[in-house]
Every structure is written in C-alpha cells, then in structure tokens.
Design a binder for this molecule. Structure first.
Ligand SMILES: Nc1ncnc2c1ncn2[C@@H]1O[C@H](COP(=O)(O)OP(=O)(O)O)[C@@H](O)[C@H]1O
Ligand SMILES: [Mg+2]
Length: 255
C-alpha cells in the first residue's frame, strides 16, 4: 500500500469534528479523519458504534449535526447525495443492493448507470473481465439470473459494480460479512485493484484478518466516539481498543 501520510500529498477526504445525533443517541462525536488516494483506512468497532452512520454522513444520506467534510478540496458538507456520487464517492452496502429479478449483466450495467460516472458500455465490457478475474468470477454467466450467484458472489458483484463507476473514494460496508475465507480473499483482491487505481478506500469490517492485513491505518469507534486511530500494530496493542472491541470475543458481523 502507499504511504498515505506523505505530507506532500493532499488528502482526498477530510472529516473535521463530524457529529451526528439521533435524538438522544450519539452516533458520531467529533470524528476527524483523513483518507488519501490509494490508501485503505479501516473503520472498526462493535455493532452500533456508528460505522455505517459515518458512511451515510460521507455519502450525504444523513446530514451532519455538526462538523464539516471536504472531498477533493471542496466542502461537501451540504451537498446532496447525487452530487457526491457524481463527484466520485462510491459505496457498497452491508446487505447488497442488487436487483433480484434481473440478470447479472443488467445488475452490472444498471449500477454503473446509476452512479452517473459510467464508462460507455464498451468501456465496461473491456474492463469487466479483468475485475471479474480478480474475484474468481470470470466464468460466471452474465445472462444468468442474479439468484444463480451465491450470497458471497452477490456481495463481490456489488464491489465489482461500484469499481466500474470509477469512484475516487470507495466506502465499503462490511464487504466480507457472511463470506467464506476464499471469498474474503477475493474482497482483498478487489481492494488491491482499487488501490492500484489510486482510489482511497474506507473499509468497515469485522474480519480482523482482512483489516489488519490490508489497511494502512485504522480508526476505531465505540459508542460514536473515535477511540483510536493508527497503523494496524498500534491498534492491535491499544488497551482501550482491546477492551472495547478486539478482546471482547463478540465477532458477529451484523446488526
Ligand atoms: N436512521 C437512524 N435513526 C435512529 N438511529 C439510528 C439511525 N441510524 C443509526 N442509528 C443509531 O446510531 C447508532 C450507530 O448505528 P450504526 O451506524 O448502524 O452502527 P454500526 O454500523 O457501527 O453497527 C446505533 O445506536 C443506531 O441505532
Ligand atoms: Mg453497520
């Protein structure tokens, strides 16, 4: 991975003291974070810590209660969802958002259409085999109904699809949840593909093997608070993180 903290480079995304309250629930409290192009930042913490909320704040699904967000040098704090997507913020969901009743190809092409940053159909056709090859899906039948793909393949397909829309920032919400070891390796391959393109990746994941092996830096949330940010070694040895999350034994990847 790159050294994303190279001082000469400008961060792709900067969060400054971002806060989000839902009534009395503090889902994000003064979160400050930078993501550079070509680096992978992990976002970990127990269920309910505020990880998905942060993705929803960055994409504009939720409005911040306080704080600012700068993307590509531009203040996006008040921009609507579609403008952020158009500017290059791509995401996937904890549970894949695919069209169950359409075939695989329709899902791919519709997704990159909706991202408003699509290449032409010809460009998608050119790039698709390489990306599918990355995640062990080069032999899938694109004309088959989506239901012929396993759950793991559907989750991988969602990552493939967002990559085809060429985001500059990619927000992945538990891409390996429910996947077996092999499929989890394919998630890693897709992330490496993204990094090679210079994409900045925010990775929410409970698979510590994946997080610790692929992230340049990691931020830990607990009850909406940012309890630590550092390189994987620092995070693994941080007592507060061990107490709040790593040592807890509850590694269930859902909420
Ligand atoms: N739309 C919402 N309305 C009310 N509370 C919400 C909403 N979205 C998330 N929350 C609350 O915010 C907290 C953080 O949730 P979430 O971001 O989904 O956590 P995580 O992804 O870390 O498991 C939880 O207490 C959750 O119930
Ligand atoms: Mg979540």
């Amino acid at each position: 991975m790159n050294d994303g903290r190279n001082a000469a480079r400008k961060p792709l995304l900067v969060l400054n003291n971002v806060c989000k309250n839902f009534g009395g629930v503090v889902a994000a409290k003064n979160i400050s974070l930078e993501i550079f192009g070509g680096e992978v930042v992990g976002l970990i913490g127990p269920n309910g810590a505020g990880k998905t909320t942060l993705i929803n704040l960055i994409t504009g699904v939720y409005k911040v209660s306080d704080g600012t967000m700068v993307f590509g040098g531009k203040d996006i704090t008040k921009l609507p969802v579609y403008k952020r997507a158009r500017d290059g913020i791509g995401r996937t969901f904890q549970h894949p958002h695919l069209l169950d009743r359409c075939d695989v190809w329709t899902n791919i092409i519709m997704g990159s259409d909706m991202a408003a940053r699509k290449g032409s159909k010809a460009e998608v056709e050119k790039e698709l085999p390489e990306i599918l090859d990355c995640c062990g899906m080069k032999n899938i039948n694109l004309n088959a109904p989506l239901s012929e793909l396993s759950y793991g393949q559907q989750k991988l397909l969602e990552v493939v699809r967002v990559l085809l829309s060429h985001p500059s920032l990619l927000l992945l919400d538990e891409p390996a949840a429910g996947l077996n070891n092999r499929e989890t390796q394919y998630v890693a391959e897709l992330i490496r593909y993204a990094v090679k393109q210079g994409i900045g990746v925010l990775l929410i994941e409970h698979s510590m093997e994946l997080v610790m092996s692929i992230c340049d830096r990691i931020t830990v949330l607990n009850f909406g608070q940012q309890i630590a940010t550092g390189v994987p070694d620092e995070i693994q040895n941080n007592q507060e993180v061990i107490t709040a999350y790593l040592g807890g034994g509850d590694d269930d990847a859902d909420d």
